[in-house]
Write a protein that binds this ligand. Structure first.
Ligand code: AP5
Ligand code: ZN
Length: 201
């Protein structure tokens, strides 16, 4: 399987990609995690951190390189967080073919709640939410951290960047007739079932 998962910040791309990678035995390729792991890497444009903390896109050449390497190592994959603008979409079509393009549709106010309440486990990478998915284990609870770009004002900036740069990508796949749109406002398990249904008809 070569699956592309599109959606706004907080739509549930990370949550669902993880499940899909497990279900189909494919790689979870995520530019966000890759960039967070290399935040302080020096590039000719500066560090990824400087862009990410402002909610802005990291320059295309940096991200394109990450994706090219990750996809060439993968047998199957679910791609999360890329492409985020039309130039990235064109680059992607030059380096690989896709068998499914899935768009998770979620309303803005729900996105803000999901992002501002998200917490991450730095030890396992597991994603939680203060209202929707809070761990019982106190040891885990105590080590959870908030992502630096999940403060409400940065969340609003990320949604702006999404409107301006990434929505045209969604529109591009819609016009090509390749896009499967899924209502992302349900429990993670229900959303997963909906995605699985379109991947294995
Ligand atoms: P990235 O890490 O990709 O962030 P994002 O696209 O903003 O998406 P998120 O990770 O915030 O949301 P998600 O859809 O994965 O939601 P999640 O499953 O965690 O990118 C971060 C930054 O890196 C960018 O701003 C940019 O600077 C840079 N970058 C990355 N890719 C780039 C690129 N291609 N080009 C340039 N720059 C790039 O869920 C969110 C929360 O909701 C969690 O708490 C979760 O528990 C909860 N939740 C999930 N599903 C549900 C549900 N069904 N019901 C209730 N709660 C739910
Ligand atoms: Zn994510």
């Amino acid at each position: 399987h070569r699956i592309l998962l599109l959606g706004a910040p907080g739509a549930g791309k990370g949550t669902q990609s993880k499940k899909l990678a497990e279900e189909y035995g494919i790689d979870h390729v995520t530019t966000g995690d890759a960039l967070r792991a290399n935040k302080d890497m020096e590039t000719e444009f500066g560090t990824p951190r400087s862009f990410m903390e402002a909610g802005e896109l990291v320059p295309d050449p940096v991200v394109n390189e990450i994706v090219k390497t990750a996809l060439s190592d993968a047998d199957g994959f679910v791609l999360d967080g890329y492409p985020r603008n039309l130039d990235q979409a064109e680059y992607l079509s030059d380096i690989t073919d896709l068998d499914a393009v899935v768009f998770l549709d979620v309303d803005d106010e729900v996105l803000v709640d999901r992002l501002t309440g998200r917490r991450m486990d730095p030890e396992t990478g597991e994603i939680y939410h203060v209202d929707f998915d809070w761990p019982d284990d106190e040891t885990i609870r105590e080590r959870l951290v908030q992502r630096e770009d999940d403060q409400e004002d940065t969340v609003r900036d990320r949604l702006e960047v999404y409107r301006e740069n990434t929505e045209p990508v969604i529109e591009h796949f819609r016009q090509e007739g390749d896009l499967v749109e899924i209502d992302g406002e349900a429990t993670p398990e229900e959303v997963f079932d909906r995605i699985r249904d379109v991947i294995e008809p």
